[in-house]
Ligand binder design. Structure first.
Ligand code: NI
Length: 169
């Protein structure tokens, strides 16, 4: 297993639209293991392949307290969304230190392949539903700050670029 570098906003590569995974083979199994390790190390609850610069439709999630219940979603498709939505405070490993409110569906149903390449249907609500919507946005090249006002987004962009310049020194 290996830790993968996580792309940081406003890296334009984060806006790449991911392609479907064609086969859940050894390469994908390695990617899943590496993404899980990277997510746990970064203390995140979700990570999309887009964030590690692999533009294929693959997400790993673990919302458990004990960090021992990994979920893998390959080629996820939204098949149902609740009418109700809710404003949730979100953060993102690609936008470290920034948290803000995003309106999300309260519940979603998603069909996907799991880590073994088997079809599954996930009925999610609460934090899991929010996390799935956030990660599926990454696969479409969308970062959560794009839901915020242009003013806020520009402030965040400047802050991120400044932090990245300081890191390079
Ligand atoms: Ni994110």
């Amino acid at each position: 297993m290996a830790l993968l570098p996580i792309l940081c906003y406003p890296d334009p590569k984060l806006h790449t639209v991911a392609q479907p995974v064609l086969s859940v083979d050894a390469r994908i199994q390695t990617l899943i293991a590496d993404m899980l390790q990277t997510m746990y190390e970064a203390k995140g609850i979700g990570l999309a392949a887009s964030q590690v610069n692999v533009h294929e439709r693959l997400i790993v999630i673990d919302i458990s307290e004990d960090r021992d219940a990994p979920q893998v979603l390959i080629n996820p498709q939204l098949v149902w969304t609740s009418v109700e939505t809710h404003l949730n405070e979100e953060g993102c490993l690609s936008v470290p230190g920034i948290y803000d409110g995003v309106q999300r569906f309260d519940a979603v149903t998603v069909s996907a392949l799991n880590g073994e390449g088997q079809s599954c249907v996930i009925e999610a609500e609460g934090l899991l539903a929010v996390c799935i919507q956030h990660e599926m946005d990454h696969l479409m090249g969308k970062v959560f700050v794009e839901y915020l006002s242009p003013l806020k987004r520009n402030r965040i962009k400047k802050k991120m670029l400044k932090a990245q310049r300081e890191d390079e020194r």
